[in-house]
Design a protein around this ligand. Structure first.
Ligand SMILES: Nc1nc2c(ncn2[C@@H]2O[C@H](COP(=O)(O)OP(=O)(O)OP(=O)(O)O)[C@@H](O)[C@H]2O)c(=O)[nH]1
Ligand SMILES: [Zn+2]
Length: 205
């Protein structure tokens, strides 16, 4: 398959872009040459294929529609906080293409219709946006906005705590430094009491 040929099963982004396996493999081979390696030595022969497969997986969220992930919604007449804590999260820094990883905490208060979603769906939304080239601030906001759009809740709070390998293994080299970001919507923005209660539950071990 040539670099521009894409089979009909290649995953596509909503904008119609696709994962191009042949091109990804060629790029990895080029990178190995650029760093002074021999891509034909035995240990590296399958590396372009492996790395392309890994990137396909790491960026799988580019090809998934968030509304599909939050499709399961049901009425429970629950009008208080639902909080899923410590969701493991692996994303990729869009500046250096290395990992940033940690945990996400996602909470919401259902809207007047009392509609809730499956708990696993909150973790799926985290995954979907994490599996893209990202910055932590945008990842946090996108998760919150997707939940607002689908569930029309009274409020949403998303907190992400992560270590960026681009700050640990290279550059400033500060392993262990963590970055915390939050996105609050609705009641969690307008009410300091609601926000404080949620943050208290999130920080409790
Ligand atoms: N705000 C924000 N910054 C990030 C994130 N991930 C990486 N960065 C930062 O992006 C910045 C890119 O800075 P540049 O000066 O363009 O790149 P650089 O020369 O590689 O920078 P250093 O990492 O400081 O060596 C760095 O300060 C990173 O720490 C993120 O999720 N959010
Ligand atoms: Zn980075």
């Amino acid at each position: 398959m040539g670099a521009d040929d894409v089979d009909e099963f290649s995953p596509r982004t909503p904008a119609g872009r696709h994962f191009d396996q042949a091109r990804a493999e060629a790029a990895v081979r080029e990178l190995l040459i650029a760093v002074g390696e021999d891509p034909d030595r035995e240990g590296l022969q399958r590396t372009p294929t492996r790395v392309a497969n890994a990137y396909r997986e790491m960026f799988a969220g580019l090809y998934t529609d968030p509304s599909e992930v939050l499709a399961t919604v049901f009425e429970e007449n629950h009008d208080e906080l639902v909080l899923v804590k410590d969701i493991p999260m692996y994303s990729t820094c869009e500046h250096h293409l290395v990992s940033f990883h940690g945990v996400a905490h996602v909470g919401y208060i259902p809207g007047e219709s009392g509609q809730v979603t499956g708990l696993s769906k909150l973790a799926r939304v985290v995954d979907l946006y994490a599996k893209r080239p990202q910055v932590q601030e945008r990842l946090t906001s996108q998760i919150a906005d997707a939940i607002v759009e689908r569930l029309d809740p009274r409020g949403v709070i998303v907190v992400i705590e992560a270590e960026h390998l681009c700050m640990a293994m290279r550059g400033i080299r500060k392993p262990g430094a963590t970055t915390t970001t939050s996105a609050v919507r609705g009641l969690f923005k307008t009410s300091a009491v609601s926000r404080g209660e949620a943050l208290d539950l999130i920080s409790r071990t």
